[in-house]
Design a protein around this ligand. Sequence first.
Ligand SMILES: [Fe+2]
Ligand SMILES: [Fe+2]
Length: 162
Amino acid sequence: MEQKINELLNTQINHEFYSAYLYFAMSTYFSEINMDGFAKYMKKQAKEELSHAQKIYDHLILRNEKITYKRIEAPDTDWVNPQDVLDNALKHEEFITSQIFEIAKAAKEANDFATKNFINWFIEEQLEEEDKFRKLKEKIKAFDECSCTIEAINRELDKDGE
Ligand SMILES: [Fe+2]
Ligand SMILES: [Fe+2]
């Protein structure tokens, strides 16, 4: 594997851990305002992010590649309302998608077919991740007008969570 691709994949492990950190922080935010369904949902997202980090880790190990550890940044938690949290989550997923595309691009340029094949799973996954938060954002758009709506979504998510 080219050094550049090794670095990109190691950086992506860090991004996935950061994503988990961010979603745990969002879960805390929802817990603090007693939106337990949303809290549970974000915790589930956080766990998924940890599994993404592990997937990349396992791939590097499989290919006998070096793993490098980097500092995980603390997320900014100054959200003003639930809508703001979900805006932030969607923007974050869009950023992650752009990073995944960078890996795909580098793999293509290096004729690294193994990485290219591996990263395809993440390309698919990112479509789902963005869609998930976009839909949830749409759902709570009515929050300002009717708090009963958010209560209903909260209940729905509560059922979805583990
Ligand atoms: Fe992820
Ligand atoms: Fe994600």
